[in-house]
Design a protein around this ligand. Structure first.
Ligand SMILES: Nc1nc2c(ncn2[C@@H]2O[C@H](COP(=O)(O)OP(=O)(O)OP(=O)(O)O)[C@@H](O)[C@H]2O)c(=O)[nH]1
Ligand SMILES: [Mg+2]
Length: 450
């Protein structure tokens, strides 16, 4: 165990008046300080009603004392909680008395950092605590709880195990270079690569959904001028956020709105209609539109209901090869005699609606919620951060390169090296390999007392 030299303390409850305020203490002196604070001995894992005494010997409050001896505590060290009456004066006096008896004020997230350093939680689980506290919807909270319970980390570990198996096999061949590699071996190993790859892909998909639940889906509305992009923005926002006119080229600057669809946070961006333009201002707007599309999680490409879908899909594929996945919105449905519907063209979802009347809008809302994994049950989504997605992507790229080295070049050593790279990327997620700077950044964003 990583026994810290000093004892830390902080008020764990939010400031202001309340029924109860909790001062938490963790470290080697926790038990001694709690004795001095109460003049009774704390009982292991039991609540004791007692008087809290200030350093000057005067009474501060009456409340409960809880004692969790290490290693069976949140931080893995001796932890004491003093539950006093809520209110600034009482909790500040309690804290001051604990500080005077030798504890030091905890940094933000320092209790969680100690829990991490003592292997009570891995890094992804520690981050899930902060996500649970910050969650803005029930689904986000549930996803954070699943990560906190270790579901995300378990899947990362399962992937690590698959990668280890691949390495073991390859390194066995490296150790016995005289043995001929036959085609059967390669075929078998390739199929193992592929199943690891699909394991990784499904975790990546789940992590992406988790990240969306946490920070919202970023959606950009783009398409040709006058297609009704700003009208769609206004329908989704529920008010006239963007200027709508019949003149093509109305929108210039990208317009951002933060909206909530039944609790799903969405960062929506309306952009200038994309066309060839010699107007300097419009051209700059168009350049910014392209940049906004590249940054988004999802592109809603708005076209007139009369536009040819196959041509539109080809155009999107051509313009945005490295862009986000797109949904085609066939707008101005009210001008034709049809009902709203959802279909697919060249693998791209297509939704017909009217941004003027709002007809078909529920289809689009349901579609966006589905994309975000925002279903009533939330499925098995785990909370995740960009940092995790980045690690998973790097692991996937290394795995892909390892497969190429093996299958195309029979370069066993290079393949093994790439697999090692994939494992390193995964261990950064759970914190087995992490720099102090990163730890500081992660735990520093926690609230005090956590
Ligand atoms: N009939 C009908 N008209 C619509 C619909 N949506 C938009 N319009 C009209 O189409 C015109 C252009 O609408 P906007 O929302 O400004 O279109 P835009 O794509 O933002 O246009 P730019 O910003 O110029 O690129 C306006 O006159 C709207 O009233 C629709 O669903 N049905
Ligand atoms: Mg517009």
């Amino acid at each position: 165990m990583n026994q810290s030299a000093d004892t830390i303390t902080a008020i764990a409850t939010p400031p202001g008046k309340g029924a109860v305020a909790i001062v938490r203490i963790s470290g080697p002196e926790a038990e001694a300080i709690s004795r001095a604070m109460t003049s009774v001995a704390p009982r292991e894992r039991q609540a004791r009603l007692c008087r809290f005494i200030g350093a000057d010997g005067g009474d501060i409050d009456q409340g409960l004392m809880l004692f969790f001896p290490g290693p069976r505590s949140f931080t893995g060290e001796d932890v004491v909680e003093l539950h006093g009456h809520g209110g600034t004066v009482v909790s500040d006096s309690l804290l001051a008395a604990v500080l005077e008896r030798g504890a030091r004020l905890a940094e933000p997230g320092e209790f969680a950092l100690r829990a991490f350093l003592n292997n009570k939680l891995d890094l992804a689980q520690a981050e899930a605590i902060a996500d649970l506290i910050d969650s803005g919807s029930q689904l986000a909270a549930r996803a954070a709880l699943r990560s906190l319970e270790g579901r995300f980390s378990d899947q990362v570990h399962a992937l690590q195990a698959s990668l280890t198996q691949l390495r073991v096999q390859i390194e066995a061949w490296l150790d016995f270079p005289d043995e001929e590699l036959d085609l059967d071996d390669i075929v078998q190993l390739t199929s193992r690569f592929d199943s690891t790859r699909s394991q990784l892909d499904s975790l990546l998909a789940s992590a992406r959904q988790g990240a969306v639940l946490r920070s919202g889906l970023s959606v950009v509305i783009a398409g040709p001028p006058n297609a009704g992009k700003s009208s769609l923005m206004n329908q989704l926002a529920g008010y006239d956020a963007a200027i709508v006119t019949h003149i093509p080229g109305t929108t210039r600057d990208p317009l951002k709105e933060h909206i909530s669809l039944d609790g799903l946070p969405i960062n929506l961006v309306d952009t200038a209609g994309l066309r060839e333009s010699s107007d300097l201002v419009e051209s700059e707007g168009i350049r910014r539109s392209f940049a906004a599309v590249r940054r988004a999680d999802r592109l809603l490409w708005v076209v007139d209901i009369e536009a040819k879908l196959a041509v539109v899909a080809a155009e999107i594929n051509r313009e945005f090869t490295d862009g986000p996945e797109a949904t085609i919105i066939q707008n101005k449905l009210d001008l034709v005699d049809e009902v709203p519907r959802e279909q697919e063209i060249a693998g791209m979802p297509v939704i017909s609606l009217s941004a003027l009347t709002g007809e078909g809008l529920p289809l689009l809302i349901a579609h966006l919620k589905r994309l975000a994994g925002f279903t009533d049950t939330g499925g098995g989504t785990v909370s995740a951060r960009t940092r995790h997605i980045d690690g998973l992507k790097r692991a996937r790229d290394s795995l892909q390169r390892a497969r190429t080295q093996l299958v195309d070049s029979r370069a066993l050593e290079l393949a093994a090296e790439e697999l090692r790279g994939a494992q390193v990327a995964l261990s950064e997620i759970t914190g087995e390999l992490t720099s102090d700077d990163l730890l500081g950044e992660i735990f520093g964003s926690f609230c005090i007392g956590k």
